[in-house]
Design a binder for this molecule. Structure first.
Ligand SMILES: C[S@@+](CC[C@H](N)C(=O)[O-])C[C@H]1O[C@@H](n2cnc3c(N)ncnc32)[C@H](O)[C@@H]1O
Length: 336
């Protein structure tokens, strides 16, 4: 008995979603926004959030134990990170991603077993509808989805503004821009860049509001289109962030061919996504994201940098490189 391995790791992992859901509920309740004005004792915080007394203390202390709150002399306050990123009143708020995850991904991931058995999406598009089409019929969900993309991609957008040699280029197009986060971050970091956010027409007012909030209308514009129907706008650099993984292999190749056609000689395509490592052993989180793409799309899934480089080569790109961007995101850059 003494030599037997213990099951603790297995049991711990079975609890992992408890922590995720506690964080998602804290964001839903506006807990970090409430604490942004200053520390509060448990009873005051409970009343402000409208919680029942039964489990509120355990909820707050669990968040403290998870490193999401600090507790000093019985009063709770945000950590530096939760204050910066989870206070709704701050422009650095990334909680829209957690709000969308709470509303959609958390319940949809509950159907993972059915998704694995059937190979079919388990979200709003269950039954064969087009996911973006269904989601975008509801203006509130569309806005939530677009701002959730800003939340999840913020770290990557800022890192990409530093890690790519933008000084060599003047123009870019962000293909599938969602709210326009990447164009805004690139324009904020590089005064000489002008850019286009390309996406489905429904995103136009959302991107317009977002770009205007940063006063960047003079250098950024929106271009409406369907990337399977319309040609992509031309620019020296094209970016496809979290795009190819939504689609089947044939569709990815169509998109890469369109990107190639829209670039001048010497232009660059940046593809960033949660790439799987070539050995398929290290980036477990990115493999789990691939399962999310099973839940969300009819034919999508994550892929490796080697896959992407070979598709880019087929499309005609003469030179490709791979680099880590931020968090789970890696980029493959192809030069025409
Ligand atoms: C997963 S989001 C990625 C958003 C952003 N690039 C990022 O990394 O956060 C995919 C984007 O592709 C857009 N999209 C989906 N189908 C499209 C189509 N047929 N034509 C143009 N854009 C499309 C969606 O509206 C959405 O904004």
């Amino acid at each position: 008995m003494g030599d037997q391995p213990v099951p603790d790791g297995i049991i711990d992992l079975s609890f992992a979603f408890f922590g995720s859901k506690a964080l998602l509920s804290a964001v839903e309740l506006g807990l970090f926004t409430e604490l942004a004005d200053g520390p509060l004792d448990a009873e005051t915080l409970r009343q402000r959030l409208g919680l029942h007394p039964r489990a509120s203390l355990d909820f707050f202390d669990a968040l403290f134990g998870l490193g999401l709150l600090e507790r000093v002399d019985g009063r709770y306050r945000n950590t530096t990170e939760t204050d910066l990123y989870l206070d709704r009143a701050k422009p650095s708020y990334v909680g829209a991603w957690l709000e969308m995850t709470n509303d959609r991904l958390y319940p949809f991931f509950g159907a993972l077993t059915e998704g694995l058995r059937t190979g079919q999406p388990q979200n709003e598009a269950k039954g064969g509808d087009d996911f973006f089409g269904v989601l975008y019929q509801d203006p509130a969900r569309l806005r939530q989805f677009a701002s959730s993309m800003t939340g999840v991609s913020m770290g990557t957008a800022r890192a990409l503004a530093r890690k790519f040699p933008w000084a060599k280029y003047r123009t870019f197009v962000d293909v599938g821009t969602a709210q326009g986060n990447l164009p805004v971050q690139l324009a904020l970091a590089h005064d000489d860049l002008t850019g286009v956010g390309f996406d489905l027409p429904a995103l136009e007012p959302i991107v317009a509001d977002y770009v205007a909030a940063f006063g960047l209308n003079d250098r950024l514009r929106f271009s409406a289109g369907d990337f399977f129907v319309d040609p992509l706008p031309a620019a020296e650099v094209l970016v496809m962030g979290n795009i190819l993984g939504d689609w089947s292999l044939d569709e990815r190749k169509v998109l890469l061919a369109k990107a190639y056609a829209a670039l001048p000689e010497g232009g660059a395509l940046i593809v960033y996504e949660q790439l799987i490592d070539d050995e398929r052993r290290e980036r477990a989180v990115n493999l789990l994201v691939s399962l999310l793409l099973l839940i969300e799309t009819p034919g999508g899934g994550c892929y490796t940098a080697t896959d992407c480089r070979s598709w880019m080569g087929e499309a005609g790109f003469r030179e490709t490189t791979v680099e880590h961007v931020a968090g789970p995101d890696w980029m493959v850059v192809g030069v025409k």
